[in-house]
Design a binder for this molecule. Structure first.
Ligand code: NAG
Ligand code: NAG
Ligand code: NAG
Ligand code: NAG
Length: 435
């Protein structure tokens, strides 16, 4: 006999407030007891008098400009599930390639990476991207575990120019590879094997569309695997099995924590934003979730950089009780269609593409043959090394993530966007009585 009868789900879904209170009752006793115990021992009030410093708003950064547009292009295909990618890696490798191009090809890349408003001190996209790559790499092992690689594969063509290799390697960590003569199956396998190695053995999914590379074709490939280490860990003891109301209803392990977090709720748009710092303060994970159970379609369409900036600006530190699924989100994407729709058109066309800086003997030959992307995000309870005192928590707001949400990982100094994605579905035992 199945346990969760259909009418129970309906009543959970249709009456939001009772559902929240119910969840609070069953999920929080342990946390609340812990919270109030430390509470009484402390003298300082919960909210800091002045808000801690925060990174610049996303408007001046190329990763946000590209990230948001690319996200929406990907999500306009309503069959996309758990879309996840690294705006920073895509932007940095496009910039590297753009610097090896000329004419229209170059200006189309520049347009793609143009921030919504000029950045501080008029820094160029290339400098910002290079700097952000370095920051994330430096924070690896303290704030998170990160594997991140980018490569350009060149199919049966003249050698890369030395200058391009040197510059793109040192500034954007771009690897340079070749694809041998052979059919698209062989190319596909080569790319897949590269991704698997760069993801430290994680088997990436197959590409949904076959990539056919002609001689002279350049393939940009990114691979990223990320696991954040929270500033304060989620309670392992209170982790329990709950229902996630995503594309399919599934049973997933949910982790819980009550603490002080930066949060904002936009009542008009019925969405709340939460920012959870990672260990060492180098980066943070931001979550964006509709108030009620719904697919992300509405929120996906609503998102603009201006709105996001506003929410981030308004967010302030408050007591929040968070429940999050433990989950692995993985995604394999081919971005040609989306990047073309965003204005990158000349690069793909052998007749007009100008990658004269990539190879000395490239006239009329070199062109972009594909942009492929593997990304994986692990949501786990773990924090970084070291013990922090629990905060005192009072009347926490709820962030009960039992339904789809959007996730961002950003650098705490530059604000650059390492990762952006949607969690529409959490892997777990299916409930067969969904609506
Ligand atoms: C992060 O550290 C791990 C383990 O030391 C290493 O394998 C990986 O390549 C590093 N990632 C980056 C992006 O530097
Ligand atoms: C960002 O860094 C500042 C300064 O080190 C720190 O006060 C703040 O808490 C950090 N924010 C996050 C979200 O980690
Ligand atoms: C946090 O923001 C809300 C809404 O913007 C405001 O009502 C509240 O006073 C703020 N709290 C602090 C501590 O700044
Ligand atoms: C996610 O993947 C890691 C290994 O890559 C594994 O240890 C962990 O248990 C997975 N988490 C879930 C919720 O499946």
């Amino acid at each position: 006999m199945k346990r969760t009868p259909r009418h129970t789900m309906i009543s959970w879904r249709s009456t939001m407030l009772p559902r929240l209170h119910f969840c609070l009752l069953i999920s929080l006793p342990v946390l609340l007891v812990q919270g109030s115990a430390t509470n009484s021992a402390k003298t300082s009030p919960a909210a800091p008098a002045s808000a801690p410093p925060r990174p610049p708003p996303p408007l001046g950064d190329p990763t946000w400009a590209l990230g948001l547009r690319l996200y929406q292009a990907l999500r306009s295909d309503s069959s996309s599930v758990n879309t996840l990618f690294s705006p920073l890696l895509v932007a940095a490798s496009l910039e590297a390639l753009g610097e090896g191009s000329a004419g229209n090809t170059a200006s189309q890349v520049q347009d793609l990476l143009k921030p919504a408003s000029p950045s501080k001190a008029g820094a160029q996209a290339g400098e910002l991207l290079s700097e952000s790559l370095k920051r994330f790499s430096d924070a690896n092992g303290t704030s998170f575990h990160l594997h991140a690689s980018s490569a350009v594969f060149l199919k049966q063509a003249p050698a890369f120019s030395q200058e391009f290799v040197k510059k793109s390697q040192s500034r954007f960590r771009l690897q340079h590879q070749t694809l041998e003569k052979g059919d698209s199956k062989a190319d596909q396998k080569r790319l897949h094997d590269w991704a698997k190695a760069e993801l430290n053995g994680l088997e990436g999914g197959p590409l949904e569309t076959e990539i056919k590379v002609k001689a002279g074709g350049l393939i940009l490939a990114n691979a990223l695997r990320f696991k954040g280490l929270w500033e304060r860990q989620f309670s392992e003891e209170s982790t329990d099995l709950r229902t996630f109301l995503g594309k399919k209803y599934t049973k997933v392990m949910m982790m819980h924590r009550a603490g002080l977090y930066r949060r904002h709720e936009d009542i008009d748009n019925m969405v709340q934003l939460l920012e959870a710092p990672l260990w060492g303060g180098k980066a943070s994970i931001m979550l964006l979730m509709p108030f009620h159970v719904e697919s992300l379609a509405r929120l996906d369409k609503l998102l603009t950089l201006e709105l996001l900036s506003k929410w981030l600006e308004k967010a302030n530190v408050t007591s929040v009780a968070i429940s999050l699924p433990k989950a692995n989100v993985t995604s394999t994407l081919s971005l040609q269609k989306q990047l073309s729709a965003l204005g990158l058109t000349d690069a793909w066309d052998q007749k007009v593409a100008d990658f004269s800086g990539v190879s000395d003997k490239s006239k009329g030959k070199l062109h972009l043959g594909g942009v492929v992307h593997w990304a994986s995000l692990e949501l786990a309870a773990q924090a970084g090394k070291g013990d922090l005192e629990d905060e005192s928590v009072e009347k926490p707001k709820l962030f009960y993530a039992d339904h789809p949400f959007i996730v961002f990982v950003r650098d705490n100094t530059t604000g650059a966007l390492l990762l952006m994605g949607a969690l529409d579905h959490a892997e777990g035992e299916a409930l067969h009585d969904e609506l």
